[in-house]
Design a binder for this molecule. Structure first.
Ligand code: NAI
Length: 333
């Protein structure tokens, strides 16, 4: 029996996480969930944002399914999400974005995977207040982190029969930091002659994605640009409710939706659990349960294609549980 750490999270987190657990449990996969929470709610109850029991559980189990965790804007504690990624060195944030029949307003052929460097850049959390009117943030780029995210993107391209990797940067302005990132990706690209390689400046990339998203395949980029590009690309394929993600290190995988805790809709059971369900499917792929992962993806795609029992963000009127039950009804086992 494989133990997996389950973090319900804040806001809509428990709603989408337990909907997802219901689907995975329905398939009778040999999983023993270790449910331990972190974040704002946990702090209110225990005085700790990340309990030691959670750290121990992740170190032991190595696989995590995680709900979103709230981070206050402009004040308060450092992001728990960033802390977990840093602590467990899950350096590759992988976010597949694919058009699904029946959703998304304009784009029908988007099939992108964003590889976001997950441990450094502007997310290292070093900010200084020089005086009341002057502040600064430090951006760190290392050869090690840039090379390993590039390698992950190219390896994925080979393993998944993808054709092109685009490195996204701002090395025309950030000549030293993004310059090093670009130099590393360029070097790694030479080891993969069968994969087409190109480079795009981040501002142009945003425009290209809105104009011609179908021309892009795998994007590899730094932490902040990856964060922004994956939300932008979510918008191309029907919104944040549909975009899954994985934080992968050498031996630890933390799987979570791209979206946050959505406080504006939390507690109303209108959240779309699809992004979390698709993240769980990525997790099942990772642990060698590809058959079950495909069953879940196919059932979800079928529900979306049929257009019945959709959540509000997808144009329907159903709640989280009705949508989840429809997926279970479509699991052909
Ligand atoms: P958000 O992703 O929570 O919400 C953005 C918009 O998308 C909202 O209108 C929300 O209602 C909608 N939305 C998001 N997920 C949805 C779903 N599953 N179904 C239907 N609609 C959905 O982003 P926001 O508002 O910027 O952040 C809220 C909090 O979440 C912040 O504290 C932020 O730091 C945190 N956050 C946490 C993440 C994580 O734990 N990995 C990732 C992103 C944000």
């Amino acid at each position: 029996m494989r133990k997996i750490t389950l973090i319900p999270g804040d806001g809509i987190g428990p709603e989408v996480i337990f909907a997802t657990k219901k689907i995975v449990d329905f398939l009778n996969i040999d999983i023993d969930w270790e449910i331990i929470n972190a974040g704002e709610n946990t702090y209110k109850k225990t005085g700790e944002y990340i309990p030691k029991t959670l750290i121990d559980s992740i170190n032991k189990n190595k696989i995590v399914l995680k709900g979103p965790i709230t981070t206050p804007v402009g004040k308060g504690f450092r992001s728990i999400n960033v802390s977990l990624r840093k602590k467990f060195d899950t350096y590759a944030n992988i976010r597949p974005l694919k058009s699904l029949h029946g959703v998304g307003k304009m784009y029908k052929n988007v099939d992108l995977v964003v590889f976001r460097e997950n441990t450094e850049g502007l997310y290292i959390g070093i900010e200084n207040k020089i005086n009341e009117d002057k502040t600064q943030a430090i951006k760190v780029t290392t050869r090690k982190a840039s090379e390993r995210i590039a390698k992950k993107a190219f390896d994925y391209a080979i393993d998944n029969k993808r054709k092109k990797v685009t490195a996204v940067h701002k090395a025309n302005i950030l000549k030293i930091t993004d310059g090093l990132f670009l130099e590393c990706v360029r070097e790694i690209s030479k080891k993969y002659p069968s994969i087409e390689y190109e480079e795009k400046i981040i501002d142009n990339m945003c425009m290209q994605l809105v104009m011609n998203p179908e021309k892009y395949d795998i994007l590899v980029t730094t932490n902040l640009y990856g964060d922004i590009l994956s939300d932008l690309s979510s918008g191309l394929v029907g919104g944040l409710g549909l975009t899954p993600g994985a934080n992968i290190g050498d031996d630890i995988g933390i799987f979570e939706a791209v979206h946050g805790s959505a406080p504006d809709i939390a507690g109303r059971f209108v959240a779309n659990p699809a992004a979390c369900i698709l993240s769980a499917a990525m997790m099942l792929d990772y642990i060698g349960e590809k058959f079950s992962a495909d069953l879940i993806r196919n059932a979800l795609y079928k529900v979306i294609e049929d257009g019945n029992n959709l959540t509000r963000d997808l144009g329907g009127n159903s709640n989280t549980w009705e949508f989840t039950q429809s997926i279970i009804n479509n699991l052909c086992i």
